[in-house]
Design a protein around this ligand. Structure first.
Ligand code: NAD
Ligand code: DAU
Length: 350
């Protein structure tokens, strides 16, 4: 099989390429990635010399390039996106360009070249926000209700993917997945930000009251689900994917990480300005993927976090530069615990 993976230098894409080549060493992968601030070839060093792997630096909105790369491709696995909600609040336009126009460009070329499968990696954020008191979960039947420019652009891309199936017969599949964590995740995201702050002896910035709920999935479990969907999934189907855990809010998650890293809770957190329009709760019912594909997440949150913490402790050279750039962004947007923002940071000691 010959795969075109987009966004393979990002967090989930790079984990997927490692996973795929270790399980399907005879397959060929072309990785198309623009190398934005979120792309990092350091995540792919171990396979850069593999004769079945080729990296192409380019933009998914570049029609000519995408059309040329699509020749002879069996499967497209589309990860490339602007993926950070906080950044979408500051600069939405690039989200619309990459996530909507980029997906359209890939769909058009996939349709022209009659690829056998276009797998679109999407998010549970397209479904909006759940009440913290309800027991409801997102499923394949949930109505779309995106609430940030990021999730709105992902929702638009999902609709475009479906439209290419209905209008032009393109064999597509879509996954709507919950929050991932694991190795090679950019330190702008909550779990790696917490771990790297603690390693540097800094506090964890908790947005708002910290009672926001997320559904955490270890990235390898996500990669295995995509493998099952490519090899056994039905075309034109959507699969919701999520983690093993019941309910954990951001403060409780911080407490667990602080405990696993042997630090003191009260001294390690600070409350900072909230994210505007912050979605209260995500939770995913992944029973369809369970029934149809035999998939279930293997890693408990504790196991996944231990592996993740160990990885960040061993690989400061991978994240150190990214961390400095990221904290500049957070300082500009006042979501930091630096001394100059002390008034915005209510210390947990009080
Ligand atoms: P990421 O931000 O770590 O990586 C995105 C990658 O896409 C980067 O390598 C970047 O260089 C590349 N890219 C961005 N714009 C591009 C363009 N115009 N052309 C080519 N490449 C471009 O993202 P991630 O966390 O790995 O997420 C991957 C996908 O999974 C995204 O589509 C995201 O919406 C989805 N998703 C992420 C999560 C999560 O928790 N991280 C959960 C559910 C779904
Ligand atoms: O649900 C899937 C989505 O998960 C993906 O589609 C997105 O690409 C991915 O970024 C993620 O979105 P979130 O906004 O949920 O993830 P983030 O890591 O930015 O934040 C997780 C929670 O932690 C959220 O409630 C905000 C909070 N937070 C985040 C940061 C960075 C903090 O309290 N402090 C922080 O410093």
């Amino acid at each position: 099989m010959k795969l075109l993976v987009t966004g393979g230098a990002g967090f989930i894409g790079s984990n997927f390429i490692h996973y795929w080549l270790s399980r399907h060493p005879g397959d060929q992968i072309i990785n198309l990635d623009k190398l934005t601030y979120a792309g990092n070839l350091g995540s792919l060093e171990k396979i850069s010399q593999n004769k079945n792997y080729k990296f192409v630096r380019g933009d998914i909105t570049d029609q000519k390039l995408v059309n040329r790369l699509m020749a002879g491709i069996d499967w497209v696995v589309h990860f490339a996106a602007e993926s950070h909600v906080d950044r979408s609040l500051n600069n939405p336009l690039v989200f619309l360009k990459t996530n909507i126009l980029g997906t359209y460009t890939l769909l058009k070329a996939s349709s022209n070249h009659k690829v056998k499968r276009f797998h679109h990696v999407s998010t549970d954020e397209v479904f909006g926000s759940l009440s913290p008191r309800s027991k409801r979960k997102f499923s394949e039947r949930t109505k779309y209700d995106p609430r940030s420019p990021y999730s709105a652009s992902k929702a638009a891309s999902d609709h475009l993917v479906n439209s290419f199936h209905h209008s032009f017969g393109l064999p597509i599949t879509i996954t709507n997945c919950s929050n991932n964590y694991g190795p090679y995740q950019h330190p702008e995201k909550f779990i790696p930000r917490m771990i790297t702050n603690l390693i540097r002896g800094e506090k964890i910035p908790i947005y708002g009251d910290g009672k926001y709920l997320r559904d955490w999935l270890y990235v390898e479990d996500h990669c295995r689900a995509i493998e099952l969907i490519l090899t056994r999934g039905k075309t034109a189907e959507t699969y919701c994917l999520g983690g093993q855990i019941k309910q954990i809010n951001n403060l409780e998650l911080a407490r667990l990480i602080i405990q696993l890293m042997g630090k003191d809770f009260k001294k390690s957190i600070a409350f900072v300005k909230d994210r505007p329009g912050h979605d209260r709760r995500y939770a995913v019912d992944w029973s369809k993927a369970g029934k149809e594909l035999g998939w279930r997440p293997k890693y408990s949150l504790r196991e996944g976090l231990k592996k993740t913490i160990e990885w960040y402790l061993k690989n400061p050279h991978w994240w150190d530069k990214l961390k400095k750039e990221t904290e500049k962004f957070y300082t500009r947007t006042k979501k930091t615990c630096l001394p100059s923002y002390r008034r915005a940071c209510l210390s947990a000691d009080r």
